[in-house]
Design a protein around this ligand. Structure first.
Ligand SMILES: *Cc1c(COP(=O)(O)O)cnc(C)c1O
Ligand code: SF4
Length: 386
């Protein structure tokens, strides 16, 4: 209906030799089982090269890139990649590239100083009324543009039960916290049991009013949105799910169904999009994405400027370009489709809406932003090819 469906359940729906190789290797019987998908992710450069002989990169560079920031690609997403031409918009987000090795003096591992704003490991308390709880460092697929790539260097683990207990205690002791945002990693990689226990513990704190889960699962592994999961989420309302989506081509029929299941159990859906050079920085692409989100019953929430994180310079564009895009969208699209465009400023100055009042100077690659408290911050902008 929206985009040709990915491989469904019979082998003869495949016509591409790469997908066939993938299936032969993987025993497609359990294709729709999310645990099977997690266990059978593509994680080695050697296996990647075997399935995608078009990956045209020096294997040594690739090895180095995945040592810096691990790779993993779900079979579900690999099937999408196999339908796409090499170097396409999905490819760039999932397959490592030597460009990640490019050094850049203005980029760093933790530009937002999240570690500094953590009273307890894995709990970021930067804004008074809400906290970010980093539940795991595991993702189904590691987006090459990830801004928390520092966390997924060489291990994949959930935040320990003892650490979670400390976080719960902190939240309970700070009644000004009205919202708990589960992030990671991807919180929906936790088992149902762990997720249910965590949500239950959060809901027992009377000062917490709402829970927000940030995930990319409906895009990279939509089979994770099972009936059982929906039953769990439904018990903990008001609970919101924000989905990380960057391009309309990521939005499959399977994702549509997963979103339908979430909506049906009363979960309001929002989106988070990262502005990515060569992926969604064209007005028509961004507009098509926002419109398609609405058709999936997802309310566009935010468009983030790419954070100044090491290894992602090739994805970053300029704030000037982002503002032009937003102007185009506002002039030509339903107000329902408008996300807010924001940059997360260095040194913990927080997210800054990129509207008139917040831009101090915009000159070349030197940008001064002004946050809601009137604080001026220098922002290391990206580069524009045009
Ligand atoms: C982005 C973020 C939030 C959520 O901010 P909203 O503006 O409510 O979406 C909360 N805490 C931290 C540390 C964040 O980076
Ligand atoms: S899903 Fe989010 S946390 Fe995970 S790799 Fe992608 S951007 Fe990073």
């Amino acid at each position: 209906m929206y985009r040709n469906s990915v491989v469904t359940n019979t082998q003869n729906t495949m016509n591409n030799k790469n997908i066939s190789a993938l299936w032969q290797y993987m025993d497609g019987k359990s294709w729709r089982d999310w645990r099977w998908q997690m266990a059978n992710r593509i994680r080695s450069v050697e296996y990647l090269n075997r399935l995608f002989p078009d990956v045209d990169e020096d294997p040594e560079d690739l090895d180095k890139a995945v040592r810096n920031f691990r790779m993993s690609i779900t079979p579900f997403f690999a099937a999408l990649l196999a339908e796409e031409k090499p170097g396409g918009v999905l490819w760039k987000q999932a397959i490592p590239s030597a460009e990640e090795l490019r050094e850049h003096p203005e980029l760093s591992c933790d530009p937002l100083s999240e570690e500094r704003d953590s009273p307890i490991p894995n709990l970021v308390h930067r804004y008074k009324d809400r906290v970010l709880l980093l539940t795991t460092d595991r993702c189904a697929l590691y987006c090459r543009h990830c801004n928390r790539r520092r966390r997924a260097k060489n291990h994949e683990r959930d935040t320990s039960a003892a650490n979670i207990a400390q976080c719960i205690e902190y939240i309970a002791a700070h009644p000004e916290i009205r919202e708990v945002i589960l992030s990671g990693g991807d919180p929906l990689t936790l088992t149902d049991r762990k997720l249910d226990d965590l949500l239950t513990a959060i809901k027992e704190i009377s000062s917490v009013e709402i829970i927000r889960i940030c995930t990319r699962m409906p895009v990279v592994l939509p089979y994770r949105i099972t009936r059982d999961l929906c039953d769990i989420l439904e018990k903990h309302h008001p609970l919101f799910v924000n989905i990380h989506v960057n391009h309309p081509a990521e939005m499959t029929d399977e994702m549509y169904e997963a979103c339908g299941r979430l909506s049906k159990c009363g979960v309001p859906l929002g989106s988070q999009t990262v502005l990515l050079k060569g992926i969604n920085d064209e007005p028509e692409v961004l507009q098509a994405l926002l419109r398609k989100l609405l058709r999936f019953r997802i309310k566009p929430y935010s468009l983030y400027h790419g954070d100044p994180v090491s290894g992602t310079a090739h994805f970053r564009t300029t704030i000037r370009k982002g503002r032009l895009l937003m102007r185009y969208i506002a002039a030509n699209t339903s107000g329902m489709a408008l996300p807010h465009y924001a940059a997360d400023a260095p040194d913990g100055a927080g997210k800054i809406l990129l509207l008139g009042d917040h831009i101090g100077e915009l000159e070349g690659d030197k940008v001064t932003l002004i946050n809601s408290h009137g604080m001026r911050v220098q922002y290391p902008d990206g580069e524009d090819d045009q």
